[in-house]
Design a binder for this molecule. Structure first.
Ligand code: FAD
Length: 318
């Protein structure tokens, strides 16, 4: 079922959903089930599965020269989605990127998803590979997520890259895109970021999931700005409970999300990461309660592969 249909079925009640990462290469599917099982009692209508593009690693050879190797540390997005749909009978939403994909790769990826009975996709640009400063698309790939959305929307209309293809079966994906309450880190300002967000929706996206935020006012202001800009699509808030002291530096840097002074103070008082986890849970529960009061359609939690804190939060809310 499509995310937009799940929202309609919720009839104004906030529902629970979450995002998982494929495990590092070498682990089996049970490791994924182990992180999902504890959360199934909260009846998520859908689960997102992130996509991780290739990385470059440099290996020293016997002659002292460096050899560049392309590795994918977390493969398995599509397989995990199929396994989730099969085992739990809930919708799995694969993330799909511009980065590392040619248009042909994208088309073939979408065909696989369609054959597997997957109804939703989250369309993203992806970040630059770790060893590069700027995002570089594949030669025959997309530069921005709005172009990727356009390709998915075209396939929904039966338009393939090769116009001479026979039959031209239509797909029927509901397309989600990312939104940034504190603006995307590369955007010169919020207006520009909203302009391109609007383009993603104009090109066929039907809902937005936000980057994590720790101050609900940032979300409320973002929704207001979107509505003033003429964006009418549902805006699902994405939440992450803080769980280590290290994240005080990492989150603002990697996700361009500000941490409120009060939260920083509480985390700094902690002596162990177990205590930080408790602070993170409490903060996230308070955020969630206020968002539920505002009747957000879903609360979407970034589990980052760890379900115990998400379970502790969900138990108090759903
Ligand atoms: P875009 O919408 O393409 O925007 C990127 C930047 O370009 C923005 O600053 C935008 O304002 C600007 N822009 C857009 N169009 C144009 C244009 N035509 N001309 C000039 N500027 C333009 N990353 C992963 O690698 N895997 C994942 O699974 C993943 N999941 C995510 C899920 C969510 C909910 C979110 C919020 C992020 C996720 N990311 C993931 C991270 C995401 O890939 C990065 O934030 C990336 O830098 C931007 O992706 P985007 O789709 O928002 O890009």
């Amino acid at each position: 079922m499509k995310v937009t249909e799940h929202i309609a079925n919720g009839k104004g009640k906030t529902q629970f959903s979450f995002e998982i990462l494929p495990p590092l290469k070498g682990q089996n599917i049970q490791s994924i089930f182990d992180s999902i099982d504890p959360l199934m009692e909260f009846k998520p209508p859908f689960i997102d599965v992130t996509y991780h593009r290739e990385e470059y690693v440099y290996k020293e050879m016997e002659n002292g020269l460096l050899q560049k190797k392309v590795v994918k540390k977390r493969p398995g997005t599509v397989g995990i989605c199929a396994a989730i749909q099969n085992k739990y009978q809930v919708d799995a939403i694969p993330h799909i990127l511009c980065g590392g994909f040619t248009k042909e790769d994208t088309e073939n990826f979408l065909i696989d998803l369609d054959f597997l009975g997957i109804d939703n996709v989250m369309a993203l640009r992806g970040d630059a590979v770790k060893t590069e400063t700027y995002f570089t698309p594949e030669k025959e790939g997309h530069r921005y997520a709005n172009e990727l959305v356009q390709q998915i929307d075209a396939l929904n209309k039966g338009e393939y890259l090769d116009e001479e293809i026979m039959n031209q079966a239509q797909t029927d994906f509901c397309i989600g895109v990312a939104g940034y309450p504190e603006k995307h880190m590369e955007a010169p300002n919020m207006e520009s970021d909203l302009h391109f967000l609007k383009k993603k929706l104009k090109n066929g996206a039907e809902y937005i999931v936000t980057q994590m935020f720790f101050d609900n006012n940032k979300y409320f202001e973002f929704v207001e700005k979107c509505r003033s800009a003429g964006i009418t699509a549902p805006i699902i808030p994405g939440l992450k409970p803080i769980s280590t002291k290290k994240q005080l530096n990492l989150i603002p840097q990697r996700f361009n999300a500000d941490l409120p002074e009060a939260l920083i103070k509480e985390v700094l008082k902690c002596e162990t990461n177990e205590q930080v986890k408790e602070v993170g849970i409490e903060w996230c529960v308070e955020q969630s309660k206020e968002l539920i009061k505002e009747k957000v359609p879903f609360l979407h939690y970034y589990s980052m592969g760890k379900s115990d804190n998400i379970k502790a939060i969900a138990r108090q809310l759903f």
